[in-house]
Design a protein around this ligand. Structure first.
Ligand code: HPA
Length: 291
């Protein structure tokens, strides 16, 4: 847990972008399009940033995009590091620590996830209420550096409750506005499509998808959606005192929940289909938390 390395990375980023960054956004598989929303963008490939690793997964661009969305300065991680790629867990959470040294107080984690809950269909979004870390690893393992945070950080409210309210309200408004627009266009009563669910994300190591038996077990444990990222970054962010939002894009039903088999292309395709909704929600949430 090398504080000095995080300082070097932060100083490099600061040398390219001097504005105060209000929030960092980590874009999951197939969700990279939000980076196109960033205005006056300064783009830094990961390989240029000291101590950053490279992204190896298809659908993860591997670059940091700094700029403004709705006039608010943000840092967008277009592509993240997964433990299954072979990185040490410290490398996976390194950007979070660099962001903290930069003074970033808010972190929005997004991911692609498989649904275990039949009420959470493909193409819906899930606000992460809480998580279950079943990766078998913790990013805080090893000697603790007090400059980052305490040895035994509390995780009672790992995903900030007041921010959860904001995401829920913005999603509700978006759904209602969309229905009202359609009503005005068609002159017909429209039902509101509330696309946001709220649930428990279970983090697994991957990269193989789960077996149906594992999915049944995880359902019994209280999982609504599962994936291969997010939990380590959320823990590291809470350790350094950042406030965290987690949003999953439900890209597929988990193994055995439907008869379909799962493939990465489907995950990417669903991400592309919900991109417009996802981008608008992120834009609105950034505007609310980035004051
Ligand atoms: N399982 C694990 N991770 C995932 C899935 C899944 O079904 N879909 C997208 N990421």
């Amino acid at each position: 847990m090398n504080y000095e390395k995080a300082v070097e990375a932060a100083e490099f980023i600061r040398s390219k972008y001097t504005k105060e960054i209000k929030a960092a956004v980590v874009l999951g598989s197939g969700l990279g399009a939000f980076a196109d929303e960033v205005e006056n963008a300064v783009i830094i490939p990961y390989e240029q940033i000291p101590h950053f690793s490279r992204s190896t997964v298809e659908g993860h661009a591997g670059r940091l995009v700094l700029g403004e969305v709705g006039g608010i300065s943000i840092a967008v991680q277009q592509g993240r590091f997964h433990y299954y790629e072979g990185y040490e867990i410290e490398q996976v959470v390194f950007p979070v620590r660099a962001f903290r040294v930069l003074g970033v107080k808010n972190l929005i984690l997004t991911n692609a996830a498989g649904s275990v809950n039949t009420d959470f269909p493909q193409g819906s979004l899930m606000l992460i209420r809480d998580h279950i870390n079943l990766t078998g690893i913790n990013p805080l393992r090893g000697r603790n550096d007090e400059r980052f945070g305490v040895r035994f950080p509390d995780m009672t409210e790992i995903y900030a409750l007041d921010y959860q309210e904001i995401v829920i309200n913005e999603a509700r408004q978006m759904a209602q506005e969309k229905a009202a627009r359609r009503e005005a266009e068609t002159n017909q009563k429209q039902t509101v499509n509330y696309f946001l669910r709220r649930g428990i994300y279970c983090g697994l190591i991957g990269p193989s998808y789960e077996t149906p038996a594992e999915v049944r077990m995880l359902r019994l444990l209280g999982t609504d959606a599962l994936g291969m990222s997010t939990v380590a970054e959320a823990i590291a962010a809470r350790h350094v005192g950042m406030k965290v939002i987690g949003i999953s894009c439900i890209t597929n039903m988990a193994a055995g929940i439907s008869d379909d088999i799962i493939h990465h292309e489907e995950v990417m395709e669903t991400g592309a289909k919900v991109a417009a909704t996802f981008k608008e929600l992120l834009r609105r949430v950034v505007a609310r938390i980035g004051f």
